[in-house]
Design a binder for this molecule. Sequence first.
Ligand code: DC
Length: 219
Amino acid sequence: MKKINVITIDGPSASGKGALARGIAHKFGFNILDSGVLYRLYAYLFNMSFSSNEIANQIERHVEFIKSKEKLLVSYKSTDVTSELRSEIIAKSASEHSSKKEVREALFNIQRNFYDGAGLVADGRDMGTVVFKDAKLKIFLTASPEERAKRRLIELQNLGQEVNMPDLIADIEQRDMKDSSRKLSPLLPAEDAHIIDSSNMKLEEVFSLTEKLIKKEFI
Ligand code: DC
């Protein structure tokens, strides 16, 4: 298989994939794909009563991604919808839609089209196993549910959303179970993925480990 200039970062929710992906994109000038946002957009547009067939079209025509080191902003029809997409309600609904075949198929080409030959860092659940099987470097980033709930709490508090730890841990465990046990594209490391457990690691440590792997594969 011919390998393409893509780094995939898969793992459960709140494992730090997004922060790692943004750091890599910033440092190495890579494009970025947060595939979870596409599933969240799917849920958001579905709630706006668009049919499954219309949703991919809406995303292609009206959604824009604006990247910075700290954040990936998402706008729909020129309105910033980033914090709406980050809510736990949308997360739950995205998780439900993501087990459906037609949803994964509708989003497949949109995800593939993020690769234009230049370097791309793509994070999600099935980037290394399904969407970019041909990626040069695959990472599977994980952490304990408690640690991930702590990180999510800070993220949601920064967005001004009210949440509590027991609910967050329960939500995370439930979503992990759903994402890992579904038939289509379950959350699993690719055979050739490097597995990083970041429970006891700072983001900088995860970053420098990843940087070493990138230098080995890309430079
Ligand atoms: O990474 P996230 O929490 O933003 O993802 C939201 C949901 O989308 C998650 O519960 C599972 C789903 N998802 C998926 O099935 N496949 C992906 N590649 C990315 C996300």
